[in-house]
Write a protein that binds this ligand. Structure first.
Ligand SMILES: [Zn+2]
Length: 307
């Protein structure tokens, strides 16, 4: 199986270099260095005419004042790459001196226009900038925090504690009963678009992946799950999740859905799912290939998951 959208970032994250503050300072001024601006979490793109990430040079941003120094993303062919939060600007394109071929684009929409490698970089930049925006103060003492190690840590200036970038694990699973798969429609985005997808939920503290799969399916659908198998995972930078894709074998089949979270949960036959994937089933809309759910559903429908 090919890798999922948002993975495949080609940058070397430069763990040795980022621990050297002098190296970082020099890299930020290096004329070869590239800076990817994010404005209110929208990504700068350039259309020339193909759409690319909108990399700027150090001289393009040196006169602007930012809350935080740029985040060091990593190296490619020895060239330092950074993300920079330019949300403080009122008219970002104008203030950065950019013409009409440049634009700030929402991450999901940008992802659909870029190469897989650029989408991987976009995911890292967005997740890191978003995390920094949300962690300006220490959770222990309330003091201000400052980034270090090129953005891989924030240190409290008052109590010295270190805070590291978060990744929130989400279990996402297709539960099956022989020739049927359990799919649901959660309130919100899925219900609005009329799609059915894999069930999913955040993994709790002190819970393993298998336990999270069984608990979420029990809560959302009232179904008991036995065997659980890992399939694949996907970084999901909204704001910084990791989707952990699994298949589960149903032990019970009577659905009792969680009315608060779900508008519908149903068993669909393999035939219904296959015809939907082939674009021949107007009664069942499934997630697009950008989402891991699409691939979990497809793997089961094509009989690549055997319990
Ligand atoms: Zn503190």
């Amino acid at each position: 199986m090919s890798r999922h959208v948002f993975s495949g970032n080609p940058l070397d994250r430069g763990d040795v270099e980022r621990r050297d503050e002098d190296w970082l300072k020099q890299a930020a001024r290096d004329p070869r260095s590239r800076f990817l601006p994010l404005w209110q979490l929208n990504i700068l793109l350039q259309n020339i005419p193909l759409t690319k990430l909108g990399w700027l040079k150090p001289t393009d941003i040196e006169k602007l004042a930012f809350d935080d120094p740029p985040v060091f993303l990593g190296l490619m062919n020895g060239i330092p790459h950074f993300a920079v939060d330019v949300s403080a600007l009122t008219e970002p394109l104008q203030e950065l001196g950019l013409e009409e071929t440049w634009s700030f684009v929402e991450a999901r929409s940008a992802a659909s226009q870029l190469t897989p490698e650029d989408v991987g970089i976009l995911a890292q930049g967005k997740a890191q900038v978003d995390w920094h925006r949300r962690h300006r103060f220490c959770g222990l003492c309330g003091g201000a925090t400052q980034p270090a190690r090129g953005g891989q840590v924030r240190k409290c200036i008052q109590c010295n504690s270190e805070h590291f970038p978060r990744t929130d694990p989400v279990a996402i699973m297709v539960v099956t009963d022989g020739e049927r798969a359990l799919l649901g429609q959660s309130r919100g985005r899925l219900a609005r678009s009329g799609r059915y997808s894999a069930l999913a939920g955040f993994i709790d503290q002190a819970e393993c992946i298998e336990e999270a799969v069984r608990r979420e399916v029990k809560e959302e659908a009232g179904i008991t799950v036995g065997e659980v198998r890992y399939h694949s995972s996907q970084p999901w930078p909204f704001p910084y999740s990791l989707m952990i894709g699994c298949h589960g074998k149903a032990v019970t089949t009577d659905i009792a859905k969680d009315d608060e979270e779900m508008t519908d949960v149903r068993w669909f036959t393999r035939e219904e799912v296959l015809s939907s994937l082939a674009g021949r089933n107007p009664n069942l809309r499934l997630p697009d290939p950008v989402a891991i759910a699409h691939h979990l559903i497809t793997a089961w429908a094509e009989e690549k998951v055997l319990f």
